[in-house]
Design a protein around this ligand. Sequence first.
Ligand code: C5P
Length: 245
Amino acid sequence: MYTSQVMRVFVIIPAAGIGTRMAAGVHSAAPKQFLSVGGVPVLVRSVKAFLDVASVDAVCVAVRGTERERVEAQMQEFNLGPRVHMVEGGSNRQESVGNALTALECDDDDVVLVHDAVRPLIDSATIERTIEAVAKHGAAIVGLPALDTIKQVERTADGAIITSTIPRERVVLAQTPQGANFGLLQRAFAEAEADGFEGTDEASLLERAGVEVTVVPGSPRNFKITQPGDIELAEFYLNQTEGAR
Ligand code: C5P
């Protein structure tokens, strides 16, 4: 199925965010990746989703030093096993991923996927399709076609004024996993660092490094737990899956 017999697959899960948006709502101030969805912490669900894919060799989770003990305890409680490793997170997402990239011992052709800790409902089929797309094209992300009409705006003191309409067939909403061959991703991160560029995803770094990034279809289930109500939404999706069994 994959282009090379020796190609390995590594997954980076940045989980060092503080979750300030969620803290303002009804839930406790615990960062959202540690909240429970259906009795299992969000981060544990995200890690397990990748461990369930046989071709994944290792998962590297970036966490804050102060959270390390809590994460280690969760990993043990849910028996995640020896394929999971931990590195120190950074002060933004890109730094957290960069720290993990530095820690990985990869060959240039190995596949590296990055997945937000706070997207616990990613499914095996989408992960496998992303791995295949990276192996075939060099870089890929999961993206959701836009259903709403997309407007470009200029922010004003009163809110925003529309400056143009972007045809929605030309738009996808970037989800994760996002990945590339290790050599490409490493170069994209090095160039971003040298230029002082900070992006909110890996694709933006790859794009500016001139790498063509393909898109694998995503799903609304693979949403990012961000605001109050999102835990309930994730549990609703989970119950739907269990009800269908
Ligand atoms: O804040 P945002 O929603 O972009 O976070 C996306 C992911 O990046 C989350 O899983 C979060 O834990 C992680 N992150 C990180 N290190 C930071 C900030 C965010 O690993 N300093």
